[in-house]
Structures are given as structure tokens and as C-alpha cells.
Design a protein around this ligand. Structure first.
Ligand SMILES: Nc1nc2c(ncn2[C@@H]2O[C@H](COP(=O)(O)OP(=O)(O)OP(=O)(O)O)[C@@H](O)[C@H]2O)c(=O)[nH]1
Ligand SMILES: [Mg+2]
Length: 196
């Protein structure tokens, strides 16, 4: 991945001591697996901002399809991967619920690209993420998080349902698996490099 870095330097935040950080967002609808993916990929203990879902929030928090969910991200997730000395990936997981939209613009500043997680039980929940990145010209890949017991869909079906541009990669994944996450990041960096 390091070889692609020279093409992507515009998105890199260089520190005064020469270290470079590439910023990648992990987005998608409520409960799609964003916190899980950042945690699976991060080489440091990820920063999380989880709060309990409560009875009071029930009218706002649509847990249909993810009834077992007990907590939700209220600000962001943060993880880090060191690619080599002086070059790191910073991963920022977005909050999934509409009422935290105000955080997104801040998180998206200077991002190289985004992984948009999709849950096929609630596919329309990732429309706002897709719109967000399309409108800002930020490259993204779609990662269909394959929860057990859900119907399997081919990537092309998901592409059609989301009305994506032909070049946008669509991959199937298990957000808990680091290997899957790495493949997503590689596809994202290659996609971002191709778009430049
Ligand atoms: N079976 C299965 N469960 C998963 C997978 N990914 C996430 N989960 C579970 O799904 C639930 C939701 O995952 P989170 O990672 O919290 O989802 P999120 O997108 O960060 O949720 P919000 O921040 O509330 O929007 C958790 O209980 C995870 O353990 C997966 O690939 N397979
Ligand atoms: Mg979360």
C-alpha cells in the first residue's frame, strides 16, 4: 500500500517531524458494524464513544433488524494502523444515527476516502452515507457486512439497489475479520488512486 502513497499525498496530513497520516472514514447506517470494523483493524486499542441505548431513545433509535444491539456510537471511533515508520492510517468510525450528522463534516475533512458499511436487512440506511461522499467527491467503497442468517446478495445486486457509479467497488465482508478489513482498505486506496 505504501507505493500508492505518493499519488495520494494531497490527502495526507504531514506533521512537523515528517510523519504522514492518511485518514480513512468508516461510515454506514445505524448498527452496520462500523465500530466493529475499526476495532478489528486497529493496531492500537481503539478509542470508542459508546453509550447505552435506552428506553428514552427508543422512538429515535430504530433497532429493527438489530434488536440485540445494546450500545451506540455517540461521537466517533478511532483506530490506527502503522504501515511503516512515518506512515500511518488513521481510521475514523462515524456515528450511525441521524442526530449525530453534525459530526460528519468535521470527520470528513481531509479524508482520503471512506468505507461505507451496508447491512442488507436495512440497505437504505446507507443511502445518506453514499450521498454524503458522492456530493463531496470523496472516494468510497461499499462493504456489505454479511451478518449470519441474512439473505446473501451478489455485489452487483447491491450495486444496482444503491444505483452506484460503475467504478465504485462493492465487496462482501465480515466486519469482525481483520483480513476482510485489510482487503477493503486496499481496494479503497487503489480506487482513490485510480480516481486521481
Ligand atoms: N454476526 C455479526 N455480527 C456483527 C458483525 N459486525 C458487527 N456485528 C455486531 O453487530 C452489532 C453492531 O455493531 P457495531 O459495530 O456497534 O455497529 P455500528 O455501525 O458501530 O453501530 P452504531 O455506531 O450504533 O451506528 C454488534 O453487536 C456487533 O458485535 C458481523 O459481521 N457479523
Ligand atoms: Mg458504532
Amino acid at each position: 500500500m505504501a507505493s500508492v502513497h505518493s499519488d495520494l499525498s494531497v490527502s495526507a496530513a504531514a506533521s512537523p517531524w515528517g510523519a504522514v497520516a492518511l485518514k480513512i472514514l468508516v461510515a454506514g447506517g445505524f448498527g452496520a458494524g462500523k465500530t466493529t470494523l475499526v476495532g478489528a483493524l486497529s493496531e492500537i486499542r481503539p478509542l470508542r464513544t459508546e453509550e447505552q441505548l435506552s428506553e428514552l431513545g427508543r422512538p429515535l433509535d430504530d433497532t429493527s433488524g438489530v434488536e440485540a444491539k445494546r450500545t451506540t456510537t455517540v461521537a466517533m471511533d478511532f483506530g490506527r494502523i502503522d504501515l511503516r515508520p512515518g506512515l500511518a492510517l488513521y481510521l475514523f468510525g462515524t456515528p450511525g444515527q441521524d442526530r449525530f450528522w453534525f459530526v460528519w463534516d468535521e470527520l470528513a475533512q481531509g479524508a482520503l476516502g471512506a468505507v461505507v458499511l451496508a447491512d442488507t436487512r436495512r440497505l437504505s440506511d446507507c443511502f445518506p452515507s453514499v450521498d454524503f461522499f458522492e456530493q463531496r467527491g470523496i472516494p468510497f467503497v461499499i462493504a456489505v457486512n454479511c451478518f449470519e442468517g441474512t439473505e446473501a446478495y451478489a455485489p452487483d445486486d447491491v450495486r444496482e439497489a444503491l444505483d452506484l457509479d460503475p467504478g465504485v467497488p462493492v465487496l462482501l465482508c465480515d466486519a469482525r475479520r481483520r483480513e476482510d478489513g485489510r482487503e477493503l482498505l486496499i481496494q479503497l486506496v487503489e480506487h482513490a488512486a485510480a480516481r486521481r
